[in-house]
Design a protein around this ligand. Structure first.
Ligand SMILES: O=P(O)(O)OC[C@H]1O[C@](O)(CO)[C@@H](O)[C@@H]1O
Length: 347
């Protein structure tokens, strides 16, 4: 999606909230043998967590991005150096302790085993300070001009001490101020957040199945789930369905499915975060897209997410192969989300 319109429209302020960030320790192995001593081929430690990964992509696409959430005071320097390098503004609330380390064991076959830490304890006072930081950011956007062209992303798991209800209250807080809020989490936090509802979501099939009340193994079931999300008030409903591609439904628009080309996979860790970032970029730049533009937005996001699996870390919007990847990403139209509600009602 290299058109001039997109370039001119880029530059929408985004606040990316990562309640439970991490230092990702990525370890390269020939193959993992559980219960044995394994020798690493490579290792790499990097500031991460879903909202931070999303922020990196958005910043590279030209948006001014602020980060918030909870960061451990003990190892904050590792994060601060990365934020400065990536051009991200730091509005993280500091809490006592060290931010968790998440281990990613990447085998030569492309298989990745994730071992994610629980995270630091967050108390009520820190949560209240985070709410104030979010309010401040929104106040600034509203004072500075175009709140309809900015967004808040809340992404990742909840640290100990933060409940699903508190997560939902953050989504509510943003929506009450008429700011777009995209949510990417899982389990009971996803269920609670969806109830608000947020403006955009990108669960995978397994994550959404709990909410949908049925396994999303068929196209019909996936379309029923998308239709329910749209009916429920979600403006941008995405499902990342692995080999079945990416599905996108919006009110009054046709449901689209994108399939990326087959890739040589190095790491799938940041593919979902990249997809979310590129979709948000697309809808911020084109708030009322034509049918053709919707296809371009989804093609670009899917291709960038495919690019992300070819290396550790999030996708690189400047990658020279992105144009070819877009050309090899197919888009098909499914039934409209409204029509798809003809299936069984959700329990
Ligand atoms: O918050 P969660 O669900 O534990 O996920 C965190 C992990 O997800 C990622 O952001 C990838 O999506 C990793 O960088 C990070 O280790």
């Amino acid at each position: 999606m290299n058109d001039n319109t997109t370039r001119q429209a880029a530059g929408c302020p985004v606040l990316c909230v990562t309640l439970n960030p991490a230092l990702d320790m990525t370890i390269g192995l020939d193959s993992l043998v559980p219960g044995k001593v394994n020798r690493a081929r490579s290792h790499h430690l990097e500031a991460a967590g879903k909202g931070i990964n999303v922020a990196r992509v958005l910043a590279t696409l030209g948006h001014p991005v602020t980060l918030s959430g909870f960061l451990g005071a003990d190892n904050q320097a590792d994060f601060e150096a990365a934020f400065a390098e990536w051009g991200l503004s730091d509005a993280f609330e500091r809490v006592a302790g060290a931010t968790r380390i998440n281990v990613k064991l990447g085998e030569a076959s492309g298989r990745v085993t994730d071992i994610n830490g629980a995270g630091m304890q967050v108390d009520e006072a820190a949560f209240t300070r985070l709410e104030a930081r979010i309010d401040d950011w929104i106040d600034r956007q509203q004072a500075e001009g175009s709140p309809e062209r900015c967004a808040v992303v809340i992404a990742g798991s909840l640290p100990p001490g933060v409940s699903s209800e508190q997560l939902a209250s953050l989504v509510q807080r943003v929506r009450t101020r008429h700011i777009a809020c995209w949510l990417d989490t899982s389990g009971t936090a996803l269920e609670a957040g969806l109830a608000v509802p947020p403006s955009g979501v990108k669960p995978n099939e397994q994550e959404l199945a709990l909410w949908a009340g049925e396994p999303l193994e068929s196209d019909a079931a996936r379309q029923r789930a998308l239709a329910s999300l749209v009916e429920h008030g979600i403006e941008q409903a995405l499902i990342s369905a692995g080999p079945e591609g990416v599905l996108w439904a919006s009110p009054g628009a046709e449901t689209l499915r994108a399939r990326p080309p087959r890739m040589r996979v190095v790491s799938t860790v940041c593919a979902g975060d990249t997809l979310l970032a590129a979709m948000l970029h697309g809808v911020l730049c084109h708030p009322t897209p034509t049918a053709a533009m919707r296809e371009r937005i989804l093609r670009h996001a899917t291709a960038l997410s495919a690019e992300a699996v070819t290396h550790p870390g999030p996708g690189n919007p400047a990658a020279p192969e992105l144009e070819t990847l877009q050309q090899h990403t197919s888009i098909e139209t499914l039934a409209s989300a409204e029509v798809a509600t003809a299936g069984e009602p959700r329990p």
